[in-house]
Design a protein. Structure first.
Length: 272
């Protein structure tokens, strides 16, 4: 653990740390000896997560309640961490809770997704990666989604933004991995998070928030995959289902890939 902290510490910034995979990533980083900055929109939840992490691991924590869709959000994050030596960045934010047709929603909804999933991670990586390169050590994990494999209904901007995240992480890896900075794009499929449980419960697909959505990967397995593949980069497909989907997509034409995504979305969520 001390070796991990020496390479990636002393501070980690976890964006999207209030629950689900982001919270679990923050917890594991703390267990490995890094102090953690936890960022999301919900201060009350962040405070609870931070207090629990500090109590169990003894590391320092800091919370930042920031709306990443707001103008200048990245600058606010950078200013709030100016006194910290951040050696590890996790970007796990930007889900699309609406899941609605592109033309049925205000354009501002799509613009917010692009801001949170494309602009802000790019801005934060540009800032925090520079001192990592200067020190010759550091780590960056950017969460992607199988929705970025091909275009699909009800997630037009979301899928496009996740395609950006995947390629951005891969390209950043090509520039930084020989300079001591590990970059990993972690591509998720269906994952058992509070957000997914809420969505599927509202749609009647699971009876209660206590039930696991069928076919969803466990959060602990996703986090384990992130750390197991951190030094291997540039891309890790977290779980057998997303790995199988990637193999299928790679074996067909782009047109067929789009049809496959459309059919999968309709089967999983219903036709909106």
């Amino acid at each position: 653990m001390s070796e991990f902290a020496d390479k990636y510490g002393p501070w980690a910034l976890v964006v999207g740390a209030s629950d689900g995979v982001g919270s679990a990533m923050a917890d594991e980083l703390a267990r490995r000896g890094l102090n953690v900055v936890l960022l999301s929109r919900r201060q009350a939840v962040l405070s609870e997560v931070a207090a629990d992490i500090s109590t169990r691991t003894g590391v320092q924590t800091r919370t930042l309640a920031i709306d990443l869709a707001a103008p200048g959000a990245a600058g606010t994050v950078i200013e709030a961490t100016a006194d910290l030596d951040v050696g590890f960045l996790v970007y796990c934010a930007g889900a699309d809770p609406g899941f609605a047709p592109f033309l049925s929603s205000p354009l501002s909804d799509a613009e917010s997704l692009v801001q949170r999933n494309c602009m802000v991670p790019m801005q934060l990586c540009h800032h925090y990666a520079r001192p990592m390169v200067e020190r010759g050590r550091g780590g960056i994990v950017i969460f992607g989604s199988g929705a970025g494999f091909a275009g699909g209904p009800n997630m037009v901007a979301y899928g496009a933004s996740k395609a950006f995240d995947m390629v951005f992480a891969e390209a950043l890896w090509t520039e930084l991995h020989d300079r001591g900075v590990d970059v990993l794009g972690l591509i998720l499929g269906k994952t058992d998070t509070p957000a997914l449980r809420k969505l599927e419960c509202e749609r009647g697909q699971i009876p209660s928030l206590e039930d696991t959505p069928p076919g969803a990967a466990a959060v602990d397995d996703v986090v384990a995959a992130a750390f197991a593949n951190l030094t291997d980069g540039p891309t890790c497909l977290a779980g057998p289902e997303i790995q199988a989907a990637a193999q299928l997509m790679a074996s067909v034409s782009r047109n067929d890939a789009v049809r496959f995504i459309a059919q999968a979305v309709t089967a999983a969520m219903g036709d909106n």
